[in-house]
Ligand binder design. Structure first.
Ligand SMILES: [Zn+2]
Length: 586
């Protein structure tokens, strides 16, 4: 992890295998929490829209159809016309790269196009060639509408799922001035090519050489090159330098500036730019590994956006803790078979001497007596925090004391929980509880601030949505001074209310039949009906944003996987930060 020689530049966790169980997001913390927050922070850059060039390519498809195909006897509908051109682009990129998909995120339908390429045919006939069932259009459509490329007033959901673009509502869609401008710029790159002309004719076939030409000029990887006519306008769109509706575009702009600024600081010290580093910089103001530590300084004009991202990570760590508890619970219950066991019996295991022994080792402190009978105040006093009540002062002092990768720190605990090392022992219950408490105690200082309210407003249904402000107020309502309740009391409440009941509500909410519910509750006994051992909770929009910045020619990776700002990226960041400073209200 961390500094230098990392060939995979982004999101290692992204590549991990798919969960064995088909249950994802068992507590709704992703879809109803992280995804909503990320949508506010990176509006229009969803987890399924990582390639910038689709944003000029799809408007171009509309333009090309209107100019060269519509009204002719062989013309298809607009949607099919776009999908056809998309298929041409996919094949063109595969041919251009000699059979390989684009790096940094292949185009939709690349695998099929590769198989076709390997058959070594002389020409491509798109009337016969099969294409992906879900074209990129479905993934990019809502974002393209929300960025204002079509002449429509309505906004569509900013979702991480593909939408089903209906033919009927689609045929009369028109490009806005902005969409037309983008489309014309892309058109200036490809309009003279043979393939562009051939594809708008009846036989829809073209030679491989002309496909390669199309890929060479209009492909996804070719956008960063200087001279790509659509690049600058796309930069201006993503950084909200064109007229746009609403505050969401300004917030996305600031998020992107923040990401650029952090890439800049990371790269001067040879750190890679991935989710882990970004999270550390935002949450702790530093990135760390076993050997090195880099202090990150957020420029004044980006502190607001960085603080919003910090709220995102409070939710993230809380989510890892609660999913960690869920995962531990279903794993333990599996041992009890159909008879199940009670929550009280499971929680009582916190008193086992092995828990005290293991925790002393993991947390590098000398814990005395039963852990279950001890409380957060006691546990945190072992690292020098005062034994007083949890207030803003204590929250700030915890913030100063518990830095990145410290034994009590969220990132260390997250790694340990995801490693599943303690999933089968009683210590596996204590670790997510400590993660939850560290996170909420660190969060406490934000509770009554506007940022705390901003985070709270991500919950729209107080019975189904969990975000840190709701959980802290739930704990306070139940216990008053929860900081001094025993770990057993806390665990018992958290597991019953925020894990078991939450999972039940969520599974009924999702399917209405409850068949995805992994827990059965029968009086005091709980039985598990499946397993869940891969914690979700990631930041997929950040991954897309990093790729989009690369596509826009603002960053590039060196051979060690370190992401550097290009000359263009440096100048752009400098100029835009000055503007942000001018706008700042002091
Ligand atoms: Zn490519």
């Amino acid at each position: 992890m961390g500094k230098q020689t990392q060939t995979s530049p982004i999101l290692l966790r992204w590549n991990e295998h798919v969960p064995a169980s088909d249950v994802q997001d068992p507590l709704g913390l992703g879809l109803r929490g992280s995804a909503r927050l990320a949508s506010r922070l990176l509006y229009c850059i969803t987890s399924v829209t990582p390639r910038a060039r689709y944003f000029s390519f799809i408007p171009w498809c509309v333009l090309d159809y209107r100019q060269h195909e519509q009204g002719k006897p062989f013309a298809s509908g607009l949607r099919d016309a776009i999908v056809l051109r998309e298929q041409v682009l996919t094949s063109a990129c595969i041919v251009h790269h000699g059979g390989k998909p684009c790096s940094g995120g292949a185009l939709v339908g690349s695998q099929g196009a590769q198989r076709w390429f390997n058959r070594d045919e002389k020409a491509a006939n798109f009337k016969r060639l099969k294409f992906a069932k879900n074209p990129a259009l479905s993934a990019y459509f809502n974002s393209i509408v929300n960025l204002g490329f079509f002449a429509t007033e309505s906004e569509l959901p900013d979702t991480d799922e593909e939408s089903n673009v209906q033919e009927s509502t689609f045929d009369d869609i028109e490009l806005s001035d902005l969409g037309l401008d983008l489309a014309k710029r892309y058109d200036s790159v490809v309009s003279k090519l043979a393939v562009t002309k051939r594809i708008a004719t009846k036989d829809r076939s073209t030679s491989l050489a002309s496909l390669a030409e199309f890929g060479n000029l209009g492909g996804l990887c070719e956008l960063p090159h200087k001279g790509a006519a659509d690049r600058e306008l796309l930069q201006n769109v993503f950084f909200a330098l064109v007229a746009s509706k609403g505050d969401s575009h300004r917030i996305r702009r600031q998020s992107l500036l923040l990401i650029l600024e952090l890439c800049r600081q990371f790269s001067t010290n040879q750190w890679v730019s991935r989710e882990t580093e970004f999270g550390g910089a935002i949450y702790y103001g530093e990135v760390a590994n076993e050997k090195y530590r880099l202090n990150v300084v957020v420029p004044k004009q980006l502190i607001d956006i960085a603080t919003r991202w910090r709220m995102f990570y409070f939710h993230h760590f809380m989510g890892v803790a609660l999913e960690g508890l869920f995962s531990w619970l279903v794993t333990q219950l599996a041992d009890h078979g159909l008879a199940g066991t009670t929550v009280e019996a499971l929680i009582a295991r916190l008193d086992e001497s092995s828990v005290r022994k293991n925790l002393s080792e993991i947390l590098q402190v000398n814990l005395k007596g039963s852990f279950g009978e001890s409380n957060p105040s006691n546990s945190f006093s072992s690292i020098g925090l005062s034994k007083g009540d949890l207030d803003v002062h204590l929250s700030k002092s915890l913030d100063k004391t518990v830095r990145s990768l410290a034994p009590f720190a969220e990132d260390s605990l997250e790694d340990m929980i995801r490693s599943k090392e303690h999933l089968y022992s009683s210590t596996g219950l204590a670790l997510p509880m400590i993660l939850l408490v560290t996170t909420l105690a660190r969060y406490m200082q934000w509770e009554v601030t506007n940022y705390g309210k901003w985070l709270a407003s991500a919950a729209s249904d107080p019975y189904l949505d969990l975000v840190p402000p709701l959980v802290t107020s739930g704990l306070s309502r139940r216990f008053g001074n929860w900081w001094k309740c025993t770990w057993k009391e806390l665990a018992s409440f958290v597991v019953s209310r925020y894990v078991i009941l939450q999972h039940q509500s969520m599974s009924y909410e999702k399917t209405f039949t409850g068949d995805r519910c992994l827990l059965q509750v029968d009086g005091p006994r709980v039985v598990s009906t499946g397993n869940y051992d891969e914690i979700g909770m990631t930041n997929p929009r950040l991954r897309s944003a990093l790729q989009i910045l690369k596509d826009l020619g603002m960053t590039e990776d060196d051979d060690d996987g370190v992401t550097h700002l290009t000359t263009d990226g440096k100048q752009f960041l400098k100029r835009e930060l000055v503007k942000e400073a001018e706008n700042e209200v002091s």
